[in-house]
Ligand binder design. Structure first.
Ligand code: PLP
Length: 464
């Protein structure tokens, strides 16, 4: 996939640009750069009609740049593909743990998506963004009593994860209307992804064990305080295989049949998220359509075979909705060459704005935004600026010759970057802009040094 100039020299920017085909809809999760990416006449990367180098001059660096068109296209593809292939009702939820903030929740909401939240803070953000409580689904393996009460009072759907939670809900719900819940079950389905993001195998902290199904259905069917409407499962993240979700869909229909034998009419089936994206040229995930279609087919066939009415079908993608829509722009600073070993090129961010490489050994690709067609002559290691040897964003990146002040753009940073960002080494968290049609709007302000000490308290006796 790397384009080679007639001289034999590899060229930088263009090999990562979206590959548009006139016949097939482009699936954002299969691209490296956002759909609007192009190289302009100044040889600079442009996203959403905005020159990335100019954006950095305007908003500073590091800078998350979120392309609205790519995000909306992914939302629409999920939503419309379910409509096309599923004869029952469907609802796509955005798994907002990927990137939970007001603007992103508002965009997903405006495309008709609901929101999956995993904490009181994510719930608060989704509600503040204007998402209707009936389209919010609240997950988590250890929601606090205060969080559960907040969820009950605001009337959102609660995905009950364990016995402790069911019992707490029964207790808290006594004065209120029956609480609308789904049950999270561990399907025992394995898939090939990083251990930390695999959740569907039996040894997982999430969900009820399938061996407990009879007991759980018996308990739930006897509680007037609970209105159990469905089942949920999520088998992991960054999944390229197609079979695990087919197996999951078939298994979940069996759960509906079993529930019916306990007098529980479950009308919702949530297959979770997990579709992978292209972080490097060697990644080959299915398209959104290739992921959605077989799930719809399997559920329809299994329901027909079991003589069950079609449930409302939900799914909750995070990464495949938003990762490709965003890039992070950094400014290059110092470098260090260790003869016969490697050259480090340092940027002004690192593990605090993108903890995925140090946490999951994730691999990224980068371009130099102000030198998009310069030949790729250097193999360098992109180091962050933190006091941590492991703070490396990309090993052996193929780049043009760089100098301090150049703008390095790392692709595919929309998911699990800002949402996992920290203030390690007391670095202020970067700003984020939303770009569309040549306009850039600030959606997350850059933190200041004052923000960093806002929660600090200095006891009187320590004041000098
Ligand atoms: C319960 C649940 N649903 C949905 C998701 C979203 O997964 P992904 O971003 O891989 O689509 C996750 C993330 O791991 C999750 O834990």
């Amino acid at each position: 996939m790397v384009s080679t100039h007639p001289t034999g020299v590899k060229h930088a920017g263009s090999q990562y640009l979206p590959q548009r085909s006139s016949t097939n809809a482009i699936s954002p999760n299969q691209e490296l750069l956002p759909l609007t990416a192009k190289v302009n006449s100044s040889d600079s990367l442009e996203i959403g009609g905005c020159d990335v180098t100019t954006l950095v001059q305007q908003f500073g660096s590091p800078l998350y740049i979120l392309d609205e068109e790519t995000l909306r296209t992914a939302c629409q593809q999920y939503r419309d593909t379910f409509k096309q292939y599923y004869q029952g009702e469907s609802q796509v939820l955005y798994a907002s743990k990927a990137w939970n903030c007001l603007a992103v929740c508002a965009i997903a909401n405006s495309e008709g998506l609901g929101i999956d939240v995993a904490s009181g803070g994510e719930l608060y953000t989704a509600l503040t963004a204007g998402v209707s409580p009936d389209k919010i689904y609240y997950h988590g393996n250890n929601k606090s009593r205060a969080e559960l009460l907040y969820a009950i009072e605001t009337g959102v759907n609660i995905v009950a994860d364990n016995w402790y939670e069911l019992q707490t809900l029964v207790e808290l719900a006594q004065q209120q209307q029956p609480v609308r819940i789904l049950l999270r079950l561990t399907p025992g389905i394995d898939c090939h992804t990083h251990d930390y993001i695999r959740t569907g195998h039996l040894d997982s902290k999430f969900g009820f064990d399938p061996g407990d199904l009879d007991e759980v259905f018996t308990y739930v069917s006897q509680q007037v305080a609970l209105n159990c409407v469905g089942v949920h499962a999520h088998i992991g993240s960054q999944i390229f295989e197609r079979q695990p979700h087919r197996d999951l869909a078939a298994l979940m229909v069996q759960w509906l049949t079993k529930a019916a034998s306990y007098g529980l009419t479950l009308t919702e089936l949530d297959v979770g998220g997990g579709l992978g994206i292209t972080y490097t040229e060697s990644d080959d995930p299915p398209s959104i359509e290739e992921w959605v279609k077989p799930i719809c087919e399997v559920i329809q066939e299994a329901c027909a075979a079991e003589n069950l009415p079609l449930p409302k079908l939900l799914c909750e993608p995070g990464r495949s909705l938003i990762a490709t829509a965003c890039v992070t722009a950094y400014t290059i600073g110092s470098s260090k060459t260790i003869p016969d070993i490697r050259t480090y090129v340092a940027i002004d961010g690192g593990m605090s704005d993108n903890p995925r490489p140090i946490t999951y050994q994730s691999v990224y690709r980068a371009v130099v935004a102000n030198k998009m067609s310069a030949p790729l002559t250097e193999k360098v290691t992109i180091a962050g600026k933190h006091c941590e040897s492991g703070d490396v964003l990309i090993k052996d990146a193929l780049l043009p010759k760089t100098q301090p002040g150049d703008i390095l753009v790392v692709m595919g940073t929309g998911a699990y970057n800002y949402s996992m960002a920290s203030n390690y080494n007391r670095l202020p968290r970067p700003a984020a802009v939303l770009v569309a049609n040549g306009e850039a709007n600030l959606i997350l302000q850059r933190e200041t040094y004052q923000d960093l000490i806002r929660q600090d308290r200095l006891p009187e006796r320590l004041k000098s």
